[in-house]
Design a protein around this ligand. Sequence first.
Ligand code: AKB
Length: 318
Amino acid sequence: MKKILITGSLGQIGSELTLKLRKEYGINNIISTDIREINNEITKDGIFETLDVLDVDKIFEISKKYNVDTIIHLAALLSANGEKNPKNTWDINMGSVLNCLEVSRELNLKLFVPSSIAVFGNNTPKDNTPQNTIMRPNTMYGVTKVSGEMLCDYYFQKFGVDTRGLRFPGLISYMTLPGGGTTDYAVDIYYKAIEDKKYNCYIDENTYMDMMYMPDALNAIVNLMESPKDKLINRNAYNISSMSFSPKEIYLEIKKHIKDFEIFYDVDPIRQNIANSWPNSIDSSCAEKEWGFKFDYNLETMTLDMINRISKKLNKES
Ligand code: AKB
């Protein structure tokens, strides 16, 4: 990767990925874009363009203007928000992937499209979920993610577009909040533990889902995109995960540091239903074998880092 266009640069993954890639690839080689424009380091300290990912002409224009060789397409609606207006979710998630595929085909670009554990559904084996298994999701977000994987495979097979993807679990980070996912509780809980010493959780205490700390997710994107093409068999998209825990387990881990922290449960049936349809834990061994996926953080080390960083951030803001 030499000149990288990122869509959704102001989102949870995009904001951290933009800063990391600016450091690693050079500030003038990262073209960050988003539909919104807010005043922060992403928009002010490097190249930033406003971009609606449904506007294919603008994606072409920006790609040509900056001589882009790779698109990292992060803009999407997530699982819980996606259920509020399923048709809109289909239009945005699929329309944007198709646009990025078309631009990549015409201009011969490499393309990263994130997938998700949401590709799995109620009939999928729940434990150590294999790379290749039943994918019959229960959410529109999941439907768009499976369809996106298939479209990316199609463009690779038919047109030779170098498409690559990862099935992300819930991503935990301190910089930008996630927006509208089912796994968001695992970020909210840290803020509430530090600010209020109590948290009202919308997921049942014993529901397990896969998770990952943001630095590991960002390394995985870079490592996958920099891997030699001929090593990739399951290119769209790889199971990856670094931990699986329940609300009760993350609560107990945080409580080791914040002794008077309390948790309550007020289960939201919509998000609980989605969580129930996803695996308890997935098998990342294909990613390990094909391009050397590895991670640094577990629940313990991530919790320590999250508490330190959020405490500093909140002190600075107040
Ligand atoms: C969500 O909860 O929708 C996302 C995901 C697992 O894709 N975090």
